[in-house]
Unconditional design. Sequence first.
Length: 74
Amino acid sequence: MTEQAEVPAVGDTVFDTRQERVGVYQANVDGELWLRPIGGGREWTADPGHVRRPTDRELISERVRIANRESRTR
């Protein structure tokens, strides 16, 4: 992860600074981290140098975005 070079554990919530997205760490394949959105959805890859722990604000914003999406689809 950025600054610490810490590898997240599977299931950790991380922030991809390049795509500005919160995701759940799934795997490391050939040096790329595979992330999945918290609420489920399509995985994406991220460079380990652009992944860090999310701030509280980023986590709250993501949870609000998910709640809003779910309220519109019910």
